[in-house]
Design a protein around this ligand. Structure first.
Ligand code: FE
Length: 198
């Protein structure tokens, strides 16, 4: 964790914690340096592109979409995505219902599909206000929903995570899965934005 430029900087509190704990675990033979490196690499590969691939597949394959909505965990396994023991629930946006995900308690998040959560997701402000005044919070994200649109707020827990399946924009007929995936942003899958075709 030291700077490679040669400028020595003292470890921060968390860097020191990380190094101390890791060296202790290696010394005691509980993990190896290679295993730690492997896990860090696996974490780096978890980005919103993984979730976007799932959404694009659901948009283009009705059979897959039905299976994904019935059991999000099994749907991901079908695509070869490692979801461990987590229960994943996929919630579908429709012309009448918009879904948004929060963790009121802490910061539970579908990391296997979206990577590391953004800072605002963990903020007290987002966590408390999204359940009380979701329409107001969404409008602050730039998402204005009409009064008829119902908003469903999903509160994540340690063993249940949610992913929003956004509506496919109308002007995307004939698009490849890859191109479709390119318009599915992290925020669309949390539910604070919707995909745009241009
Ligand atoms: Fe949490």
């Amino acid at each position: 964790m030291k700077e490679e430029s040669g400028n020595y900087q003292p470890y921060s509190y968390f860097q020191l914690m990380e190094v101390s704990l890791r060296e202790l675990l290696v010394e005691k033979g509980i993990v190896t340096d290679a295993q730690v490196a492997e896990e860090v690499e696996a974490m780096r590969k978890r980005t919103p592109a993984v979730g976007a691939g799932v959404v694009a597949k659901a948009w283009t394959d009705p059979g897959f979409k039905a299976r994904l909505l019935a059991d999000g965990t099994l749907g991901c396994i079908e695509l070869g995505i490692e979801v461990a023991a987590l229960k994943l629930v996929v919630v579908e946006n429709t012309p009448d219902v918009h879904n948004v995900v929060v963790c009121t308690l802490c910061s539970c998040y579908p990391r296997m599909l979206l990577g590391i959560p953004p800072e605002w997701y963990k903020s007290r402000n987002y966590r408390s206000r999204t359940v009380r005044e979701p329409r107001e919070v969404l409008s602050e994200f730039g998402l204005q929903l009409n009064e008829q649109m119902k908003i469903r707020v999903h509160d994540s827990t340690a063993d249940m995570r949610y992913l929003v399946l956004p509506m496919r924009p109308a002007e995307t007929d004939g698009w490849s899965e890859e191109r479709l995936a390119s318009i599915v942003t992290r925020d669309c899958m949390i539910g604070v934005a919707v995909p745009k075709s241009h």
